[in-house]
Design a protein around this ligand. Structure first.
Ligand code: ADP
Length: 348
């Protein structure tokens, strides 16, 4: 075989292989006109041959998320976009430069993964709902039993009450997480920050029972736009963690301050701190640095997952700085779009 024949045959093999890939592959020129596409691109993107060769892809798919993303330059991958060629399918997209003038569009079908994820969410939510009623009944009966009537069982009763309360809290937190996971946006209301910060501080003081010095420094002078209930839960979670993971005699500072990109709520403590190797996983459900410490202080292991979900719904970010034996700072960074001048009684 001559060298050019061998090259042509190799090229044919390569095309054949790519044409059979389960991922959609589209070769685009400088003007984002279609030069070539494989079979999966016909199914997922709805392209037809031969008529779609040479057409502008953003024009051909006008009105789709994919077309808007291509027009905007497709700088970052686009996840969970609906597939233009297949109703009910979702795809992850990326655009790779190929040489100086061409680009390769790749689309991966993630519908199956999304369905599995939905099944997992439904399962957790259904189990939590099913557990709620029997737990309420057990808790109710335990409350009826008076330890003074059965003194020999008093310690057992106390432990049973504490454990049933803990299970109840885990179920409530799981239900909160399920709700937050299925929600894509929050109903925007004014969240009066001075009142919320005062409540968070009061709750932290009640939990601490005088064992810590708790300071509130509020200089931002702005309110937030979002869900008052969810933001209360997130912000007070961070303050209660600070109390629970700081030995008696330590101090806790709650800050609400402006920053160039918006405003930040942060809670700093002088507590146990967290080794760097744990930081990236802290917001996973049930992830704990020390299980015994979490349980002793009534933790469910779900608090920071709830915080992360609430912040995501408000387009805010959680940052954690911590050093073992020195303390931790958990901060929530809100963009300017979420800030309101304080005071008004309006509901936006
Ligand atoms: P938990 O109910 O166990 O406190 P969270 O989701 O609120 O669950 O926190 C996850 C883990 O992160 C905790 O178990 C603890 O190990 C660690 N953690 C959270 N906040 C702090 C803090 N302020 N100081 C030290 N460790 C913390």
């Amino acid at each position: 075989m001559t060298r050019s024949r061998r090259l042509a045959s190799n090229l044919r093999d390569l095309r054949n292989a790519v044409s059979k890939l389960p991922d959609a592959v589209v070769l685009l020129d400088e003007q984002q006109q279609v030069r070539w596409f494989n079979h999966a691109a016909e199914n997922l993107l709805g392209l037809r041959r031969p008529q779609d060769r040479g057409v502008s892809l953003p024009q051909r798919l006008a009105g789709s998320e994919l077309a808007d993303w291509l027009r905007d330059g497709a700088r970052a991958p686009l996840n969970d976009a609906s597939a233009p060629g297949q109703a009910d399918s979702q795809i992850n997209l990326s655009l790779l430069p190929l040489g100086d003038h061409e680009q390769l569009l790749l689309a991966h079908d993630v519908s199956h993964l999304n369905r599995l994820e939905q099944t997992r969410r439904d399962f957790v939510s259904n189990v939590s709902h099913e557990l709620r009623t029997p737990l309420t009944v057990i808790h109710g009966y335990l409350e009826l039993l008076d330890p003074e009537d059965v003194p020999e069982l008093a310690p057992v009763l106390g432990e049973m009450r504490a454990q049933s309360k803990r299970m109840g809290q885990i179920v409530e937190d799981l239900l909160t997480l399920s709700r937050l996971e299925t929600q894509h946006e929050v109903v925007d209301e004014r969240v009066p920050m001075e009142a919320l910060l005062a409540t968070v501080r009061k709750e932290a003081e009640a939990l601490s029972q005088g064992r810590h010095r708790i300071v509130l420094e509020s200089t931002a002078g702005v309110d937030l736009l979002g869900s008052p209930k969810d933001l209360h839960s997130a912000l007070s979670n961070l303050a209660s963690n600070a109390v629970r993971y700081t030995p008696a005699g330590g101090s806790i500072t709650i800050h609400w301050q402006r920053e160039p990109t918006g405003a930040a709520y942060s809670v700093s403590d002088t507590g146990f701190g967290i080794p760097a190797s744990h930081l990236a996983r802290l917001t996973e459900r049930f992830y704990r640095v020390s299980s015994s410490r979490s349980r002793e202080t009534g933790g469910t292991g779900l608090g920071l997952s709830i915080v992360k979900h609430v912040l995501n719904l408000h387009q805010a970010q959680l940052r954690i700085q911590s050093a073992p034996g020195v303390g931790s700072t958990f901060s929530c960074h809100f963009g300017t779009a979420r800030l309101l001048p304080p005071g008004g009684n309006d509901e936006t």
